[in-house]
Design a protein around this ligand. Structure first.
Ligand code: ADE
Length: 273
């Protein structure tokens, strides 16, 4: 996969040289390039922003440098993607614009984006990028404004660090043991079960006995029920989406104990619970 990140603070992306993502780059699994937006300006001051039409606080990023930068990275990428697909038809790169006004970035989005050939991240600063850039870009990219969550960061860079890590670790060969991708939070629409390691007793706290039992069936069931308990407690919103149609009886009982009944394959919180 090829990833291009365009930012006025390229140094912000330095952590992408470390750890699993850094190793994936070294191993040639991920071709990640960071570009300075100011390199695509034409004036002496390398200006990237101006005052907003209609007034208001802050500055808006100018369209010209963005169009130059995005044209350049799309052209570079299509060269690299020459082998793209057996049919030879090159897919449009995906332009991800981090913004609190974007659609929510989830684990499902990460899986979807991990299938792409080229991702381009456009890091906005100030009040954002002139809207016409996104309209123009739709001819050359699949444009996806994306939000990490309902809070406001100072710019897109931190969001890009998070999204690139979430996507990059799903690429084949990046995570050493791919099984660890299966049993983790959000892989099945639930939060992960709690984990423990040695010693089995620590500061008067014992590891749950079932985990020392060697009974793999019981352990799997305990872990599943812990997922249900945790998700009900911390993220009940996830349970509304959970497919409960094929749950075994013991799991329905576990949900009943948490105050949820299965109605038409969906979990419904009992009003009295
Ligand atoms: N830029 C500023 N805030 C953001 C957020 N919540 N998600 C993604 N990008 C952002």
């Amino acid at each position: 996969m090829r990833i291009d990140v365009v930012s006025i603070f390229p140094e912000y992306l330095a952590p992408l040289e470390l750890s699993l993502i850094g190793k994936a780059r070294q191993d040639g699994l991920l071709d990640l390039r960071v570009h300075d937006l100011r390199d695509f300006t034409t004036d002496r001051h390398r200006t990237v922003d101006d005052t907003p039409y209609g007034g208001g606080a802050g500055m808006v990023m100018k369209p010209e440098p963005w169009a130059q930068a995005l044209t350049a990275v799309a052209a570079e990428g299509s060269g690299d993607a020459a082998g793209a697909g057996d049919s030879g038809d090159a897919r449009k790169p995906v332009l991800i614009v981090p913004s609190p006004a974007g659609e929510r970035f989830t684990q499902a989005t990460a899986h979807q984006l991990a299938e792409e050939e080229q991702l381009v991240f456009a890091c906005g600063r100030y009040e954002g990028i002139d809207e016409r850039v996104l309209e123009w870009a739709a001819d050359h990219f699949t444009v996806r404004p994306m939000s990490l969550g309902d809070y406001v960061l100072n710019g897109g860079e931190v969001a890009v660090l998070a999204m690139v890590e979430a996507i990059g670790r799903l690429l084949p060969g990046v995570v050493g043991n791919p099984e660890s991708l299966v049993e983790e939070s959000h892989s099945d629409g639930l939060l992960e079960y709690p984990v423990y390691t040695k010693p089995s007793s620590w500061r008067d706290r014992d590891v749950p006995a079932v985990l020392l039992s060697g009974n793999h069936g019981k352990i799997a069931q305990w872990r599943r029920h812990e997922q249900y308990r945790r998700t009900a407690e911390r993220r009940p919103d996830l349970l509304a989406e959970f497919d409960a149609g094929k749950l075994p009886r013991a799991d329905r009982t576990a949900f009943a104990d948490l105050g949820y009944d299965v109605v038409d394959g969906r979990l419904k919180r009992r009003p009295d619970a």
